[in-house]
Design a protein around this ligand. Sequence first.
Ligand SMILES: [Zn+2]
Length: 248
Amino acid sequence: MFYDAHAHLDLLNTKELKKTLSDAQAKKVSKIVSCSTSFASNKKNLALAKKYPSVLAGIGLYPLDIVELNEKELDKAFSFFEKHISKASAIGEIGMDFKRCTKKEEQEKQEYWFLEFLSLANKYNKTVIIHSRFAQRQVLELLEKENAKKVLLHSFVDSLKLMKKAASLGYFASVGPVILQNEQIQKNIASFPLENLLFETDSPIKFNNESIFSDKIAEIASKTAELQNNSLDQVEKIQEKNFKSLFG
Ligand SMILES: [Zn+2]
């Protein structure tokens, strides 16, 4: 079986969702982690996980959503997370995004709440799913400092140096459809340990102007096997072990 470790199923309508789940099943993608972004997306993802056995919910707030919320709203969100954490399989998508937030006070606010999420994850022994656009080094430093245990770095595939550092800390990185065409990323994945790799689609994101859904994992897995000079069976076996170590 294969797994989509990072998607946003809350963004699909019911018809699209049903098609996504059945197409995924047909391509041996047995579980999909649906990550939350806005506060409202948390309620949707928890409801999806309750309804569909193949959906696992990540609860959290996207760093760009964090900067839009005031302290009162953020406190309220955290009480909600603490209350519902037993129904979530992970905390995500959380992290820092310094591409879109360049002001010091925005970055400090993101960092403060990122640390709050990390302590929530430590308290309940949950996996964190991390967004780190233009903040990859900073995110790794904070994870290490906070002694984060179960870590999945979303789309963390641009710098082999930082990828290897993440692997040395026992963290996982996930790669998406970009592996199908970006030569630098293909090189990075070729020399990254399979034992620290997971697959993701970030669906329904568009890739080459085409909407990507979780069944795309099958192609990502085949490409990984080719790059790693390994059999698809072996890639599948290691994926399964990796996914279970993070999401049970
Ligand atoms: Zn995402």
